[in-house]
Design a protein around this ligand. Structure first.
Ligand code: SF4
Length: 220
């Protein structure tokens, strides 16, 4: 596959949140902004300062780092990648010594009840591992609401979850399928709720099921 045709890494957070939301954005190219995504973009604007590298003692900080994984067939941008001086790390062009690679992702809100932020960060780590030919054990999610960093360990369970999600993204993308809406509590935080209309779609499916059952009984 041509790398230009790879799927966007950032889509994994949408896919983990709701497969329909991911399909609406990445297959049907629909996008709508709400206060949550706007807040997220403001946070990213602070982090997005291309080619900027800052040094704080034994830590180098690069922002807006381009990412790609040919194994997963995804590409994207990391908000921040930190390089911590360590004898066990890798060589970095233009810098002396060795450095361990640590991805950091900025989120506007607070920690989510699901794993969408963790899978996005882990996907970034997998890209960086491939790019630097190293192993990355941990990264951080920074939440703007609480102004705290949460450490995330990239264990096999999380890595497998990333691989499964990406495989699911490709399966839907290749088939061109947008899953039907299912009204769930998380829909109230979805930027696409007005376009998706999950309440209407769910009611319509219930009516369809009822009618199908009635027809089935008449036929019997
Ligand atoms: S409104 Fe609910 S079902 Fe529709 S895309 Fe958003 S989360 Fe998914």
């Amino acid at each position: 596959m041509d790398p230009d045709d790879y799927l966007m890494l950032s889509g994994i957070q949408h896919f983990a949140f709701c497969r329909r939301q991911w399909a609406l954005i990445h297959i049907e190219q629909v996008w709508k902004e709400n206060v949550l995504t706007f807040g997220g973009r403001q946070m990213h604007r602070n982090a997005d300062d291309p080619f900027f590298t800052e040094s704080r003692g034994d830590v180098l900080i690069s922002r807006s780092v381009p990412l790609v994984s040919h194994a997963l067939k995804i590409y994207g941008v990391a908000d921040v990648v930190e390089y911590h001086r360590s004898d066990e790390g890798v060589m970095i062009p233009g810098r002396e010594g060795r450095w361990t690679v640590v991805p950091v992702e900025y989120k506007a809100g607070r920690k989510k009840p699901d794993d969408r932020d963790e899978v996005q960060l882990c996907a970034q780590a997998i890209c960086l591992e491939e790019m630097y030919r190293t192993r990355i054990e941990r990264g951080y999610l920074y939440y703007g609401k609480t102004r705290r960093r949460v450490e995330v360990f990239f264990d096999d369970e999380l890595r497998n979850r990333v691989a499964e999600l990406v495989a699911g993204m490709y399966a839907l993308y290749d088939a061109g399928i947008t899953p039907p809406a299912v009204l769930l509590p998380h829909c109230k935080n979805c930027s696409l709720i007005e376009l998706c209309m999950p309440a209407v779609s769910s009611r319509r499916r219930s009516v369809d099921r009822y009618l199908t059952a009635c027809v089935g009984r008449d036929d019997a």
